[in-house]
Write a protein that binds this ligand. Structure first.
Ligand SMILES: [Zn+2]
Length: 285
């Protein structure tokens, strides 16, 4: 059977304000990071990678994806953080023939996040009226090989990203890899759950992505219009290393934020840097 190579297209939901209950730092603005959803398509079929968060996210992804005129056969989730899959409930209403899937470790974390939000209202308090009452958790995917019009997409269990148990999707025929939050592109990187040891594991995960030698590298959080280049791999590693170097100096949250802004001030979403810095200083105590 002859098969056409697959194509990659990326939708980016722009950075936006949200209802933040936390005390903010001097000059800090509470925004949510710009986030990507990727369409992997063949001649007739396509899959989506990540469903994002809000009703609006899902509606925009659906309208964009429908414009390609392909049958959406599934929505696959890279990792368990709710901002990458809570939009699934709404998105599947637009694509009733499709279902949501994730690797076992991703589906397990997503299920944990549902219970966490029931207890803490973490997500529903930050995005009031924008999230489903009853989330749809992705179903467990028991294979690492997905077919789109007969062409393979490989799910790779890469491990540590901005969360443990992260997965990426390699598309050999497109020479592309869709990385979720293992790679960032011109956006400050979330280290709320990544202490120094986990940052080192994260750097190793990025090496594993690099070993695929893909020409297109799609980050889970990227600026609108930023190019999906392999340079984002080394840039993400440098960011993590610089954070560790500055954190070891042992200053305040402000010292860490301002030090990172001197090195990486071009990135979107400094609010995430503040969150990472507060978490790091708290871990030190
Ligand atoms: Zn994320």
């Amino acid at each position: 059977m002859s098969t056409s190579p697959l194509s990659i297209d990326v939708y980016v939901a722009p950075m936006r304000p949200y209802t933040c209950p936390d005390q903010l730092g001097e000059g800090e603005v509470a925004t949510w990071a710009p986030s990507s959803s990727t369409l992997i398509s063949g001649p007739t079929e396509a899959i989506l990678i990540d469903a994002l968060l809000t009703f609006e996210n899902a509606d925009h992804i659906a309208a964009w994806a429908k414009s390609f005129g392909k049958k959406i056969t599934g929505v696959y989730i890279t990792h368990g953080h709710s901002d990458h899959w809570l939009g699934l409930a709404r998105l599947l209403q637009h694509f009733p023939e499709a279902r949501g899937y994730a690797a076992p470790e991703v589906a397990a974390r997503a299920a944990w996040e549902v219970e966490f939000n029931k207890r803490s209202k973490y997500w529903t308090s930050r995005f009031p009226g924008e999230l489903p009452e009853t989330p749809v958790v992705p179903e467990v995917l028991n294979t690492d090989e997905i077919l789109v019009d007969g062409q393979v997409v490989n799910l790779i269990h890469v491990g540590q990203g901005d969360i443990e148990g992260s997965t990426i999707f390699h598309v050999p025929s497109a020479d592309a890899v869709v990385c979720g939050d293992v790679v960032y592109n011109n956006v400050h990187m979330m280290m709320y759950e990544a202490d120094q040891a986990k940052r080192e594991a994260w750097i190793a995960s990025i090496d594993a992505v690099g070993s695929l030698n893909a020409k297109t590298v799609v980050a889970g959080h990227k600026s609108v219009g930023a190019a999906d280049l392999p340079e984002n791999l080394a840039a993400s590693q440098l960011y993590l290393r610089n954070f560790t170097t500055l954190a070891k100096k042992g200053g305040t949250v402000e010292d860490l934020v301002h030090g990172m802004l001197e090195l990486h001030g071009e990135r979107d979403q400094p609010h995430t840097l503040w969150i990472s810095a507060r978490a790091e200083v708290a871990r030190r105590a």
